[in-house]
Ligand binder design. Structure first.
Ligand SMILES: NC(=O)c1ccc[n+]([C@@H]2O[C@H](COP(=O)([O-])OP(=O)(O)OC[C@H]3O[C@@H](n4cnc5c(N)ncnc54)[C@H](O)[C@@H]3O)[C@@H](O)[C@H]2O)c1
Ligand SMILES: [Zn+2]
Length: 366
């Protein structure tokens, strides 16, 4: 058992993050102390229950616990599910000082965090993320939310978890597609903030994609720490944290254009990142840095980008909720560990570059 502790201080207090194989065992005493004498609601999904029943039983063993199930995947993030959970919480005796423990992927964490953040004006929550993406990103930082039919993540609150337990052993059952999707977010964070992490992903890529736990464990600890530091410096999502949207402006547009069915989130972000490299190269991003990231994304073997037209994608870009009153701010990498928010990329440049990109997304610009 090797467990890394990553404290995250935020305006409302402290999030204790534990990462590593066996983190859940290491956190057991802390979780029990936190929930001591209170009703504990364990919110999870059928898939996670099926694959990790023993760990869930252990979690629910201490004190008065109720297990609540939510659907797997993005469909969990609906207003209907939130209402159902609030009513279940009330029916089961949920109180202001009850505790919610979410065990699942980013979808369950987003929904569970939102439900906890609003129930009786806020009950404390702990996250036990079970996907790579949730361990390095979704479970950390206090952003919660649900989707409306019109738009993803359109309703939510900031609600920081008291504890985040990233146990690599959950990742052993994750299909390679989900590992790849999470790894794209790791590459994004590494390019922005951690050159050692980037090198680590490069060297360990084959093992990481094969689900090797020692490699995954190191990468999770590194990436979770990067995310935690950014959130500490910008808890309100006003400046630096927005850089984490690298690859997401186009990524979200791709997801929306494909009606959220064509590619996983991380895969779409992978293509968004490839496009951002192109914008970067027009603004001084050294070719060798861009090529390094492209090599990595090629080696990840993303599923092919379905046929899409530049004008249609740009319409989705301008609809994205990240579109500010003053136009869309693209996150543009200009060097290793250096990126800018560019609010003024001319539409003509975008359209032309996007057309070239769509013809050969993985190729270097000529
Ligand atoms: N709040 C944030 O800051 C933030 C950041 C990034 C992403 N997100 C959100 O996270 C969500 C995506 O999260 P995700 O990629 O974890 O997807 P997910 O939660 O939908 O999980 C993906 C799939 O993996 C399955 N799964 C979960 N754990 C498993 C395990 N251990 N073994 C096998 N299968 C398992 C799930 O059942 C699901 O089918 C999106 O809704 C996104 O908006 C939020
Ligand atoms: Zn993302």
């Amino acid at each position: 058992v090797s467990v890394t502790r990553i404290p995250l201080r935020h305006p409302g207090g402290l999030t204790r993050i534990l990462a590593g194989s066996g983190a859940l065992d290491a956190a057991r005493a802390e979780l029990d102390a936190w929930a001591e004498g209170r009703r504990r609601f364990v919110l999870t999904t059928p898939r996670v229950l099926e694959l990790h029943r023993r760990r869930l039983d252990e979690l629910a063993a201490g004190g008065r616990s109720t297990v609540l199930e939510v659907p797997d995947g993005e469909t969990a993030k609906s207003a209907e599910e939130a209402v159902r959970l609030w009513r279940d919480l009330l029916a089961a005796g949920g109180k202001r000082d009850s505790r919610v423990v979410v065990v699942g992927g980013g979808s369950a964490c987003d929904l569970g965090g939102f439900v906890a953040g609003c129930f009786l004006r806020g009950v404390e929550v702990a996250h036990v993320p079970t996907t790579l993406l949730a361990q390095v990103d979704a479970a950390i930082g206090g952003k919660t939310g649900i989707d409306l039919p019109e738009a993803k993540n359109s309703v939510g609150v900031f609600h920081h978890p008291a504890l985040v337990v990233c146990d690599a052993r959950f990742l052993a059952t994750l299909p390679v597609e989900e590992l790849r999707s999470g790894l794209v977010e790791v590459v994004k964070m590494a390019l922005l903030l951690d050159a050692d992490l980037l090198a680590e992903v490069e060297h360990g890529l084959a093992a990481l994609l094969a689900g090797s736990l020692p490699e995954l464990e190191r990468v999770v600890a590194g990436a979770a720490a990067v995310k935690a530091r950014v959130v500490e410096r910008d808890p309100g999502d006003k400046d630096e944290r927005r850089l984490l949207n690298l690859g997401h402006t186009l990524g979200h547009a791709i997801e929306a254009a494909l009606d959220y069915r064509g590619l996983r989130h991380g895969e779409a972000v992978g293509y968004g990142l490839l496009f951002a490299l192109r914008l970067g190269e027009r603004r001084g991003l050294p070719r060798e840095v861009a090529e390094r990231v492209r090599r990595l994304l090629r080696a990840m073997d993303l599923p092919a980008l379905p046929p899409l037209e530049a004008p249609a994608l740009l319409r989705f870009v301008s609809r994205d909720k990240k579109a500010q009153e003053r136009g869309v701010a693209w996150v543009v990498p200009v060097d290793l560990l250096q990126a800018e928010l560019a609010a003024d990329v001319p539409l003509e440049e975008l359209r032309a570059e996007l057309e070239r990109f769509l013809r050969a997304p993985l190729a270097a610009p000529s």
